[in-house]
Every structure is written in structure tokens, then in C-alpha cells.
Design a protein around this ligand. Structure first.
Ligand SMILES: [Zn+2]
Ligand SMILES: [Zn+2]
Length: 228
């Protein structure tokens, strides 16, 4: 599986995942013209589908443009409704804990815990036999998937860097702290994992170098911090 982070922050998220046969886009939180430019025009013509976790613009900004560009988009009903999509033949409504197929990929939807309905994805390539966990905009993950080869996980903030109490309380109920990320990774079987990708770092409340070090130390795995 090839994973290419395109953008990762509260300003916009997009990630290309390919198994050599099928390429999919996870999140479309940038204007379509930026997605085209940053992916060298892999988006929209060379992707089989776009999967969107939730309605916030840093994840779903160009959902309408993607549909109109002829891309099959998989998202919750709530996400489509928030974007004003009532009916579109490219809009594929997904539900929690269901299995879907796109080309040589299967994916299972997982329930995330955010301030709006949000899904994560457990993606399996029939081509390479590899499995990827994609989990962002969630303050906890209640699943412990096995036989993972790649993990893309949110590490939004370090509670020690958040001074405002109201903000702290909001973050507790919407995003993943580095402590939660590390504890989660220590709680699941990562023996097969090749690379861990940290996503959606807050520009004000995170420290990229420290986060990378902590996750590497806790897991012994190569860690990639996705750039803004
Ligand atoms: Zn977000
Ligand atoms: Zn969000």
C-alpha cells in the first residue's frame, strides 16, 4: 500500500492511498483546484472514490465539487446533508460498522467520537493483503483491530500546551490528545505495523518533534508526521 499525505491540519485534510491497482482519496478538505495541483492531477481523474469522515470543512470542503467531477463519494448521510447534497448518483451513503467495496479495496466503517457524527475506516487491500486503520477527529477509539500494516491516527494536542480551560473541555470531547494516541497504540496489537502516520496536529497545541519521539519510543515503529 502506498500512502501519500496531501494535507493534514484543521486547515485541510487529504490523503491518497493506493495498492497499485486502485487509488482512493481519504478526505477532501481542500478546494478542488488545490487537490488537483497537490496530487499532480491524480485527483479527480485517477481515483476510484473519495471517503469522507465527517462534515467539517477541513475534511469535506470540496465534496460537492468531487461529486460533480464524477467521483464516487462515500460519507455519512449527515455529511451529505450538511453539504446540501440530497440526491446525487455519485453520493454513496455509508453507515457505521458496515463493509463496502471500492475496486480492490474493502473498507469497514468505524464509529468515531467527535462533536458531529464521524466515521473511521478499516481498509483492506485484496491486492496486497494489507490493512490500514484510518482514525481522526475522535477523542477515543473503541476498536482494537488486528493484523494492521499501517495506522493513520490523529494526534491533535498535548494537554500541557492548552491553557484555556474552555478550550481544554471542548478538545476532551472532540479530538485526540497525544497521551490518548500513545495509550491507544500501546493497547492494540501492532506487531505487523510497518508505519504509523500522525495526523491533524494542532498548530498551537502540539509539538511535532516531541510527538514523533513519544510515539516512536512507545511503539518502536517508524513514525511519519503528516505535514500541514
Ligand atoms: Zn478536523
Ligand atoms: Zn472535525
Amino acid at each position: 500500500m502506498k500512502i501519500k499525505p496531501i494535507a493534514s491540519s484543521s486547515k485541510g485534510n487529504a490523503y491518497l492511498v493506493s495498492d497499485g491497482t486502485t487509488t482512493i482519496l481519504l478526505e477532501c478538505g481542500l478546494p478542488l483546484k488545490d487537490l488537483k495541483r497537490r496530487t499532480n492531477f491524480t485527483v479527480p481523474s485517477d481515483i476510484a472514490a473519495c471517503l469522507v469522515t465527517h462534515c467539517h470543512n477541513d475534511h469535506a470542503k470540496s465534496l460537492n465539487d468531487m461529486l460533480n467531477a464524477g467521483v464516487d463519494c462515500y460519507a455519512l448521510k449527515d455529511t451529505f446533508e450538511s453539504k446540501g447534497v440530497t440526491e446525487h448518483h455519485r453520493a454513496k451513503n455509508i453507515e457505521i460498522n458496515k463493509l463496502y467495496t471500492v475496486g480492490t479495496f474493502n473498507f469497514i466503517t468505524l464509529e468515531m467520537k467527535h462533536d458531529v457524527p464521524c466515521v473511521g475506516f478499516l481498509i483492506h487491500s485484496k491486492e496486497t493483503g494489507e490493512r490500514l486503520l484510518f482514525a481522526t477527529d475522535t477523542y477515543l477509539i473503541k476498536y482494537a483491530p488486528k493484523d494492521l500494516d499501517y495506522i493513520m491516527i490523529e494526534a491533535n494536542y498535548d494537554v500541557r500546551l492548552v491553557e484555556d480551560d474552555a478550550l481544554k473541555n471542548r478538545l476532551f470531547k472532540s479530538h485526540m490528545s497525544i497521551d490518548t494516541t500513545v495509550n491507544y497504540l500501546k493497547s492494540i496489537d501492532i506487531s505487523r505495523v510497518k508505519t504509523i502516520y500522525l495526523m491533524h496536529l494542532s498548530s498551537r497545541h502540539s509539538n511535532e518533534v516531541d510527538f514523533k519521539k513519544r510515539v516512536q519510543a512507545a511503539t518502536g515503529k517508524p513514525v511519519v508526521v503528516c505535514e500541514e
